[in-house]
Design a protein around this ligand. Structure first.
Ligand SMILES: [Zn+2]
Length: 339
């Protein structure tokens, strides 16, 4: 709650303990559909507002439906969308019962209906309706998307206290899917909400997930998460050689302003043949500037960095330091032997 007039939200929102208004969500969907026009969208959940103890399932369904309606009906996006749950897609937040299918039936069937454009084959539906995870393909390519149910590894899901060992056999299923993907020469993207290794992710799950990534690093070409709200990247080391990297978890910063930041969206660039990600571009909407616009003006998203340029910049900084210390070394040699 705002405590002074300077804390109150403007027309487009407020970077504080405050989620975005509907018009900012509309502006975001308009930007991605009309300007960026991606080939597909990865949507990693947490759609309801950050009022976990006041929310109910109607709010969860309405917030998810609102985004789907904007995307599909208002802005006519017809390309694939790959979805995963967030830990707020529940009432109460984080709570999902993995040992009582009846309890989940209404929740999962409603979420499937809302996402029916993207969870649609009989096999996808059947797996999702039972467990909340599923796998699908990107059109007729060899790119397989695996969407994991983060509730099954959520530290704050108290239903897991009973038995936290691979509820709903999610990791066993993941291994089977990856094994068959390997045989079929498919490339794989894993999407979920809470990144493995995070403090909100059970340590037992993190260990097993990292071992799976190590085993299947040859086909896992991308991992995409949200949850933290921050712009992060986590590296998974190889199981038996921690100096080598087995996989990278891309954690995109959030659309919400709830953690005192401006809304973000991220665009990845992928090689169509190999499915290797070779760059990403980070966009931001400056809410403070947006709130100063005239009434009929729409704010514009701006590129804040391009990952490849950051990489080159870091290399440039490294070279400066390298030549600096190398010249000191040469000077030292000169003093030692030539004076
Ligand atoms: Zn979350």
């Amino acid at each position: 709650m705002p405590t002074s007039i300077s804390d109150t939200s403007g027309k487009w929102g407020f970077p504080g303990k405050c989620d975005i208004p509907l018009r900012t969500l509309d502006n975001f969907v308009k930007t991605i559909t009309q300007e960026i026009q991606p080939d597909f969208i990865i949507w990693t959940g947490d759609n309801p507002s950050h009022t976990p103890w006041q929310s109910n399932y109607d709010e969860v369904y309405n917030s998810t439906q609102t985004f789907v309606d904007l995307l599909v009906k208002k802005y006519n996006y017809t390309k694939p969308v790959f979805v995963a749950f967030g830990n707020h897609e529940s009432s109460i937040t984080d709570q999902f019962h993995p040992y009582n299918k009846t309890k989940n039936a209404e929740f999962l069937s409603t979420m499937q209906l809302i996402n029916k454009n993207w969870i649609k084959t009989e096999e996808e539906k059947s797996t999702f309706l039972q467990y909340g995870y599923f796998t699908t393909k990107y059109l007729n390519t060899n790119l397989r998307i695996i969407s994991l149910n983060c509730f099954l590894c959520d530290t704050f899901n108290f239903y897991l206290i009973k038995n936290p060992t691979d509820p709903f056999n999610q990791f066993k299923w993941l291994e089977n899917i990856l094994r068959s993907a390997e045989i079929l020469k498919e490339e794989v993207f894993i999407i979920s909400h809470i990144p493995p290794g995070d403090t909100n992710y059970l340590s037992e799950c993190s260990k097993r997930f990292k071992a799976i990534v190590d085993r299947f690093q040859n086909i896992i070409k991308g991992q995409f998460y949200g949850h933290t709200h921050y712009d992060e990247m986590k590296f998974i080391p190889e199981y038996f050689n921690s100096s080598e990297i087995a996989g990278v978890e891309f954690v995109a910063p959030s659309l919400t302003t709830y953690s005192f930041q401006h809304p973000s969206l991220r665009v990845f660039e992928m090689d169509e043949d190999t499915k290797i990600l070779f760059n990403y571009i980070q966009y931001r909407l400056n809410i403070t500037e947006a709130n100063l616009l005239k009434n009929d003006e729409e704010p514009k998203w701006k590129i804040v960095y391009n990952a490849n340029e950051v990489k080159n910049y870091l290399l440039f900084i490294f070279l400066i330091f390298f030549f600096y210390f190398f010249s000191i070394f040469l000077f030292y040699i000169y003093l030692l032997y030539f004076t």
